[in-house]
Ligand binder design. Structure first.
Ligand SMILES: CC(C)(COP(=O)(O)OP(=O)(O)OC[C@H]1O[C@@H](n2cnc3c(N)ncnc32)[C@H](O)[C@@H]1OP(=O)(O)O)[C@@H](O)C(=O)NCCC(=O)NCCS
Length: 174
C-alpha cells in the first residue's frame, strides 16, 4: 500500500509494531461508539495484531487503510480508510467507496482528520476515483464537521448502508 503525505502528516500502512497504539485507540468507547451500528471495544493486543493484518491486506491501487502519523515525529495519530462501503441488505446498487476516519483523543482539535482525508481523497482522485461517500451516526457532530470542512454535500439520513440509519455525505472528486 502506498504512502501519502500532506503538510504535517504521513499516511502509511499499519505495521505490526503499531499494535499497542491500535489497542489504546480502539479499546476506548469514545473512539468506537459511532464507528459501526454494533460497536465493540478492542480488548487485547492479539486482536490489535490480527486487525493490523486485515488492514494491511487491503492492497489496492486506490483503496486502503492507513495509519495517520505526524511526519515530524512519527507519532501515531489515528486511522484513515478508503474502501467500498457495505450496502444495506435488499438494496440493489453498486457499493460506492467510503472514506472514514478516527483519531486518538490526544490528537483531536488539530485538523489532522480533515488534512489526512483531504490528502487521501486528492490522491485517489488523481488515480481515477470519481465519487466518495462518508456516513456518520446522526449524533456524531465532530465527524459531520469534518465532512463539511472537506466540502462534502449532506444528503440526509438513510438506511442505505450498514443496515443502519446514518447521515450520509457525498463528494465528487472529478
Ligand atoms: C471525528 C474525529 C476524527 C474529529 O476529530 P477533530 O479533531 O474534531 O477533527 P479534525 O482533525 O479535522 O480537527 C478539526 C478541529 O481542529 C481545529 N484545528 C486546530 N488547529 C487546526 C489546524 N491547524 N487546521 C485545521 N483545524 C484545526 C479545528 O478548529 C477543528 O475544531 P472544531 O471542529 O471544534 O472547529 C474525532 O472526533 C474522532 O476520532 N472521533 C471518534 C471516532 C469517530 O467517530 N470517527 C468518525 C466515524 S464517522
Amino acid at each position: 500500500m502506498r504512502i501519502i503525505r500532506s503538510l504535517r502528516l504521513t499516511m502509511r500502512p499499519w505495521e505490526p509494531d503499531d499494535a499497542a497504539f491500535l489497542l489504546d485507540l480502539e479499546s476506548r468507547w469514545q473512539t468506537v461508539r459511532y464507528l459501526t451500528p454494533d460497536p465493540t471495544t478492542m480488548a487485547t493486543l492479539g486482536e490489535a495484531a490480527a486487525s493490523i493484518v486485515r488492514r494491511r491486506a487491503v492492497d489496492h491501487p486506490v483503496h486502503g487503510i492507513w495509519a495517520i502519523t505526524l511526519t515530524e515525529t512519527g507519532q501515531l495519530l489515528g486511522n484513515l480508510l478508503l474502501k467500498p462501503i457495505a450496502v444495506s441488505s435488499g438494496i440493489a446498487r453498486p457499493a460506492p467507496v467510503e472514506v472514514g476516519w478516527h483519531l486518538h483523543p490526544d490528537a483531536y482539535g488539530h485538523g489532522y482528520a480533515t488534512e489526512a482525508a483531504d490528502a487521501v481523497l486528492r490522491d485517489a482522485g488523481e488515480r481515477g476515483l470519481q465519487f466518495v461517500v462518508a456516513v456518520t451516526d446522526p449524533r456524531n457532530v465532530a465527524s459531520q464537521r469534518v465532512c463539511r470542512r472537506l466540502g462534502f454535500t449532506e444528503c440526509g439520513v438513510t438506511h442505505g448502508f450498514y443496515d443502519a440509519d446514518y447521515l450520509v455525505f457525498e463528494k465528487s472528486l472529478g
